[in-house]
Design a protein around this ligand. Sequence first.
Ligand code: FES
Length: 108
Amino acid sequence: MAMVNVTFIAADGSEQRIAVATGTSLMEAAVGQGVDGIDAECGGNCYCGTCRVYVDPAWQAIVGPQGEYEGPVVEATGDEEPSVRLSCQVTVTDELDGLVVRLPAAQT
Ligand code: FES
């Protein structure tokens, strides 16, 4: 297990940077460390769609596309931002050291 740095940029532009243990989901790390702006109502079960993040363009290829079960959940939220991922479905790896994601204005 290693630690990598991830930066969350809120809709108002404020940044929160946390150290995340590899193997953890981005959502668990963010919620566990008090990052504002991720509701995660279903607790990481790929169901609620309230853990959305927008992956910085420089990181999209490394983070990868939405998973098979993720797409319909995102669609149900009405969020049409192309870079959107459910943070509970992104497992942090060594490759993601320095990752930057943005947060929606609201997790509806
Ligand atoms: S926490 Fe509910 S979909 Fe991610």
